[in-house]
Design a protein. Structure first.
Length: 78
């Protein structure tokens, strides 16, 4: 298996992990039960940050997956 295929597989696995984290966070926001408003606001703010972070993680690895040849060819030629 070539290095390009290995990188592609690793990047796609990381994209899946980021998507699962974001989806889990959104699920917890939608199905959460809280005792009072303060707990709800705090928990949903945290879950929003986790969901956005997961989506940024996916976007970063998507970018690396699309441009992996350009990114890693420069470092290999040195």
């Amino acid at each position: 298996m070539s290095q390009d295929v290995k990188l592609k597989r690793i990047f796609r696995i990381n994209m899946l992990i980021g998507f699962l984290v974001a989806a889990g966070s959104v699920y917890m926001i939608l199905t959460g039960h809280y005792d009072n408003l303060q707990q709800r606001l705090g928990a949903e703010a945290l879950m929003n940050n986790i969901a956005v972070g997961g989506l940024l993680y996916v976007a970063g690895f998507w970018y690396m997956c699309v441009f992996r040849k350009q990114i890693f060819s420069k470092s290999e030629s040195k």
